[in-house]
Write a protein that binds this ligand. Sequence first.
Ligand code: FAD
Ligand code: SF4
Length: 447
Amino acid sequence: MHDRPVDQRIHDFAEVDGGYSPDEAMLESARCLQCKKPVCIRGCPVNIDIPAFIREIAAGDFKKAATILKEQNMLPAICGRVCPQEVQCEGECILKNKERPIAIGSLERFVADWERVHGMVLPHKKTPSGRRVAVVGAGPAGLTAAAELARLGHHVTLFESLHAAGGVLMYGIPAFRLPKEIVKAEIEAVLSLGVDLKLNHLVGRSITTKELLNFDAVFLGTGAGLPYFMGLPGENLPGVYSANEFLTRVNLMHADRFPVFDTPVKKGSRVVVAGGGNVAMDAARVARRLGGKVTLVYRRREEDLPAREAEVARAKEEGIEFVMCANPVQVLGDQVMTGVECVRMNMCELDSSGRPEPAPVSGSEFTIDADVFIAAIGQGPNPLLIGELPELKRGKRGNVIVDEDCRTSLRKVYAGGDVATGAATVILAMGAAKRAAHAMDRMLRDE
Ligand code: FAD
Ligand code: SF4
């Protein structure tokens, strides 16, 4: 992969990672051992025939490679870019113990990008079943469920509350990691399977739950868009954002180009981001591109950072300062925010997961001057729709409880993705949506 030089990329939102050329893709594909029992496939939640598509790249038949990918995955250009392959398919590749695993994600991205330029490939579809299915939420879970159900012959109506489909792919992950024209192109491919997309439809408000339950089956893919705050003194001061709000303003509402676009955002000259996941990295790197000097504060050690290693490295290259084993305790200021008080954390005791449990060190408080503070400490399921369905069993954190087929406690209602797991990953959401679609299909045909 070829990253754009740092001094260029910190001034714009164009994609950082350049991707493979055809020659590079063929060269990388030729390394694949074409294992008789390919273990990489078990690391792929949507079950792509990995050796088969890699074999076609090596042979130079990129269209055939795209056809193989599309049989299992309608969002390959997206997955090739944002999937944590290092812990999924590449984490299983037997070559990881010898040299390095096959770059499966980069190859998937290469094929999908080639396909977009040379004509989209569509998987085959079954004959119409006459059954009507509602899918709520057009994030990766909803898009995958909709595509799979349409392929299985059902008439799918996909409801999305926002004015654009894509969920976190559109409003959360910044364009320098996932260009929006790529998301739009893959959504168009899903819609061309016959999915009827209804934007600006907030289910539970503009569509009632009674109307929703009139469908023959329902899939809930409403995600985990409810941001958590830290409950700190001063958290209501202007200049304090949840990462969700900050990223939505910039990615979806184009606040970086205010007043050309209506939505403003405070462009901090000194920004503190709290958190250590992908969301925190994205918020920090966006704030950097808005011109800020950015400090990321994380309560555990560097090796505990949950974000992808490559994105941590890129954030560092872009000049984000990392302060580890520290936690914000107060947002300072009066009317206007002036800084963030933090405390050092000691990492001695192990918690139930075996990770060291951070504990504040008394008297170790220090201040970071800042005019913007972004909390990126996690988010939970949006309660709006699921709160309107009291029969739906929910877990402690508000997530919808499902069985292995993604069946909920409500008859003919299925759920998958972040609304069931809590904040997780694109590919886990897609894997759950595929399982749900096939279980829904069995239920609809048995009835
Ligand atoms: P979402 O993507 O949240 O989609 C839910 C959709 O439902 C939204 O469009 C929402 O508007 C809609 N909706 C909600 N309620 C209603 C309603 N009542 N009516 C109609 N529509 C409704 N994962 C990775 O794998 N790799 C990454 O690099 C990565 N980076 C991330 C960066 C950020 C900033 C964030 C926030 C997340 C990141 N993730 C990443 C996590 C990943 O994006 C999510 O796990 C994934 O998007 C979950 O998909 P989903 O379809 O369940 O939910
Ligand atoms: Fe190729 Fe690695 Fe999969 Fe084997 S495990 S088929 S070498 S990608």
